[in-house]
Design a protein around this ligand. Sequence first.
Ligand SMILES: Cc1cc2nc3c(=O)[nH]c(=O)nc-3n(C[C@H](O)[C@H](O)[C@H](O)COP(=O)(O)OP(=O)(O)OC[C@H]3O[C@@H](n4cnc5c(N)ncnc54)[C@H](O)[C@@H]3O)c2cc1C
Length: 400
Amino acid sequence: MEFTVSEKMQTILEMIKEFVEKELYPLEPEFFGKNFSELLPELEEKRRMVRQMELWAPLHPKEYGGMGLSLTEYALVAEALGGSPLGLYVFGCQAPDAGNIEILHKYGTPEQKEKYLRPLIEGKIRSCFSMTEVELPGSNPTWLATNAVKDGDDYVINGHKWYTSSADGSAFAIVMAETNPEASQHLRASMIIVPIGAPGFNVVRNISVMGHVGDDWPSHAEILYQNCRVPQTNRLGPEGQGFVLAQERLGPGRIHHCMRWIGICNRCFDLMCTYALKRPIAPGMQMAESPLIKAYIADSAAEILAARLMVLHTAWAIENLGVKAAMKDISLIKFFAADVLQKVIDRALQIHGGLGMTDDTPIAYFYRAERAARIYDGVDEVHKISVARRILRGYEGKKA
Ligand SMILES: Cc1cc2nc3c(=O)[nH]c(=O)nc-3n(C[C@H](O)[C@H](O)[C@H](O)COP(=O)(O)OP(=O)(O)OC[C@H]3O[C@@H](n4cnc5c(N)ncnc54)[C@H](O)[C@@H]3O)c2cc1C
């Protein structure tokens, strides 16, 4: 396994880190205090600067104007960008567009690529991914009530989804719907592109999550598909392959999330150490002198390093051995890195006392927004069960 960072990548990472600190950290108080849409003109200006530096869309294919980095290279970029909640957005590699781009690039028809993929990579439009349903468990994505029935040249979609993140302001949704109810469990659903203005695409609300309704990109919509009609040519990939495509979307996607989380951990760790050194807890005594605080710092350093190496190892395994061979590692990092993230954010908040609860630092935002890390892209329990099942399979038939 080889983790050496090339000179070129080292330069790119330094440029990104400098940009994030200089240009994005100062915007964060506005991000915490305003509607996102009010911030769009300033963010567009930052995106223009990123394009000028030729760092736009680091993950996405060169032929569409991205940098075309490898998964391991992009993992390092996601770490550098993750320190600010605005990083991925400003560099054009934010979820859920990043996953949709991968699927469109791999499975889109030439027409779908021109109409949806190109403007998505160029940052001219946004998109969303509509799989989770209100009534059925999202942790079991092969079980869907939403269906798409053929009628002439169209599909007619009916269903009730929520947590369709970033639907507000998007140009289209990729919807998971059952098209083949008679097929086996994993071959029943298809992915279908639904333009947001399509008849029967009804936004019920942006859901209030952890006290925030959100708007535009940072928002989560509840959507009713009521006889929503789109042409059958809007199907993405072969009929009945929706679940297979979703698995492909989620494998590398988990690397992106996990390395972004390591970026958040690094930011919280820096804040934790800096504050511990400057905050007195008694006359002439800094917080950092307390053995309890030293333990917080040491535990965090060990856990961040462990999670980071596990994620890089998994990125390497996906690249060199393929997604299938790396499935156990992908599940391992998903629940392990999410747990480390939660612990490090919590310790950073604790060390900051009352200040940690305010929006004067980004810690409270991370605490609120990143609790979801243990839920989206597979709940902890499902990943742990999957890991244990794979491990135990290797012991079957072995003598004690
Ligand atoms: C911030 C955020 C953003 C999201 N963005 C999107 C998006 O863009 N598009 C989209 O389609 N979805 C999105 N989701 C939805 C997410 O994918 C689901 O919430 C997730 O899959 C869990 O599904 P559920 O909420 O229905 O919980 P359920 O499946 O009902 O599970 C509830 C709980 O039951 C337990 N549980 C479940 N299964 C098992 C099991 N096998 N064994 C033991 N315990 C179990 C776990 O404790 C789990 O947390 C998002 C969610 C969040 C929080």
